[in-house]
Design a protein around this ligand. Structure first.
Ligand code: IDP
Ligand code: MG
Length: 161
């Protein structure tokens, strides 16, 4: 039964979601988790941590020449983050849509950034932007043993098996 679930194309796709320090300070973790649960995704990893600078610099290595990079690292290390791995069909693309535009001023209402933030410097949440990026980021933030393979009992309500 367990293997049957895995053969459905794309169902085991995973992404890294992180509630940033402003989201944790503002007690938004529960609401954000609820959105992913209610959408039908499966939580396979979750931890609260103070992000180390080496992780943040690898995570944001593409942006290291941007003028806002020093402030970005200060922001991301200003308090704890909640890092999560979510799994499900098309989860990378769908979670980017749920999160909304990088700049909250451009993010649609109904998206997480569009509902909970007003400025690009404090945009509440991170979501991986590609399947390859997600794999790299999950590997960066999580040890393999911290991820749990489990069967969701309502799986057949979300997917035709
Ligand atoms: P994303 O988080 O939507 O993928 P990226 O372009 O990858 O957006 O940027 C990573 C993060 O860097 C953003 O989420 C935001 O926290 C920060 N950032 C991006 N552009 C700016 C900017 O112009 N000013 C300040 N911070 C920025
Ligand atoms: Mg990005």
């Amino acid at each position: 039964m367990k293997c049957l679930f895995i053969v459905i194309a794309g169902v085991s796709e995973r992404t890294l979601i992180a509630v940033k320090p402003d989201g944790v300070q503002r007690r938004l973790v529960g609401q954000i988790v609820q959105r992913f649960e209610q959408r039908g995704f499966k939580l396979v990893g979750m931890k609260l941590l103070q992000a180390r600078e080496d992780i943040l610099s690898q995570h944001y290595h593409d942006l290291h020449k941007k003028p806002f990079y020093p402030n970005l690292l200060r922001y991301m290390s200003s308090g704890p983050v909640v890092a999560m791995v979510w799994e499900g069909h098309n989860v990378v693309r769908t979670s980017r849509l749920m999160v909304g535009n990088t700049n909250p001023a451009e993010a649609y209402p109904g998206t997480i950034r569009g509902d909970y933030s007003v400025h690009i410097s404090r945009n509440v949440i991170h979501a991986s932007d590609s399947v390859e990026g997600a794999q790299r980021e999950i590997h960066l933030w999580f040890d393999r043993r911290e991820l749990v393979d489990w069967d969701c009992c309502d799986h057949s309500s979300s997917y035709q098996v």
